[in-house]
Ligand binder design. Sequence first.
Ligand code: HEC
Ligand code: HEC
Length: 283
Amino acid sequence: MKSARFFLLDRLQVAWLLSSLLAVTAVSAQAAAPVGSRPIYVPNTSQAKAPMQGNTLVWNTLTETTNIFDNVPAAHFLFTFTNVSSDRVSILDVQPSCGCTTAQLPPLPWTIPAGGAGKIPVTVNVAAKFGTLFKSLTVSTDKGQKVLWMRITINPAPLPKMNAADRARFDQMAKADRQAVFKGNCVTCHVQRGEGKYGEALYDADCAICHEGPDRATMVPSLHDLKVASNFDFWRMWISQGKPGTLMPAFAGADGGPLNDLQINTLARYLVQTIPSKVPPRH
Ligand code: HEC
Ligand code: HEC
């Protein structure tokens, strides 16, 4: 079987053969140590891609789930296992499903004696991601392969509350310049939460802050109760240009806003789908 033989010669195996060879040379150079007194264990890689049998490594879980806020850069997981078989098990390789996932491992192959246990801490970089992500780790051993899953749900971080004095001051600044929300310290709440987002996630970050808040000011209308007909172009125009002389800013890059065309289009499409034209408010 060609493919199996080829797999035998992967880099791991070559490294093992080389180090075994060096070790053997070193041992025979010291003539005193009888060759074979410390046999070098070379795990058999032929089962590395076969499914792992039940009574081999038993894991704390095969799917870990976590909920995080979108203002943290990474999600962390810990997989633990016990070797419940009567033989040693060698972990030959651990492959994450993407470059954003890293597993902290001792040097491979990692041989776990019968009854032994171990843990694999995993970090998934989630910067600029949102929604629900699935990531996996494929653990290949000399007794077969196991896939471990990670489910990450990323929710918008709750907004820090504004005090009345700040709010009055911010509104004053916005009255003088409706684009002020995209400048200076205002960006932490009014720009950064929407960076890299589209559609619904972008609405939650950039529009809901003013239009859905329980404490929203009286001059901010509800978008679920429009007095006029709305369609894709209606939404696109309002998002891009806002309304001069009011607190509704222009989000288009051309007007100093933070959004690009693709973001504006996905947002308008989301609004067309979720806020049907001329429909009474949903309570
Ligand atoms: C700490 C987060 C935060 C920062 C920083 C921030 N805002 Fe806001 N802003 C909010 C929230 C939250 C609302 C929604 C109203 C509420 O919940 O009080 C809001 C609403 C507004 C509104 C709509 C009118 C209103 O009062 O509801 C304007 C205008 C505004 N902000 C302007 C600004 C400007 C200008 C700056 C920078 C000088 C700024 N904001 C900085 C969180 C922030
Ligand atoms: C800084 C607060 C603020 C933010 C952020 C904001 N708006 Fe507004 N928006 C307003 C205010 C204030 C008005 C009322 C303007 C007026 O007086 O006519 C308004 C009006 C509107 C209107 C017109 C509603 C009507 O009754 O005719 C639409 C549509 C709208 N905004 C959509 C959006 C969308 C979509 C976003 C997100 C991209 C957004 N707004 C973000 C403050 C905001």
